[in-house]
Write a protein that binds this ligand. Structure first.
Ligand SMILES: [Zn+2]
Length: 88
């Protein structure tokens, strides 16, 4: 489910009211996937994984391929953001 009231956590991403935002998969459900999302943000705020609160993370659809966006809108979050990410 998209969270349009939130801001994309990816460093340097410009706010786009048209873009849907996605929350990361729960850390207890899929730690690897969860970590991949946090790392993808390139945001120093989230470097210390133990202090990150999952509910504060959201990544907009611009960082996913089209087919991944539709997949996440309809089903479970099994994709990792790969597009338009900051250079880490
Ligand atoms: Zn974004």
């Amino acid at each position: 489910m998209p969270y349009n009231h939130m801001i994309c956590s990816v460093l340097g991403c410009k706010k786009d009211p048209e873009a849907s935002l996605f929350r990361p998969p729960g850390p207890r459900k899929s730690w690897d996937l969860y970590c991949a999302w946090i790392k993808a943000t390139g945001n120093p705020k989230f470097l210390n994984l133990s202090t990150v609160r999952p509910e504060k993370i959201s990544i907009c659809e611009k960082h996913f391929k089209d087919e991944e966006v539709s997949l996440m809108k309809s089903r479970r979050k099994t994709c990792v953001p790969t597009l338009r990410l900051p250079d880490i």
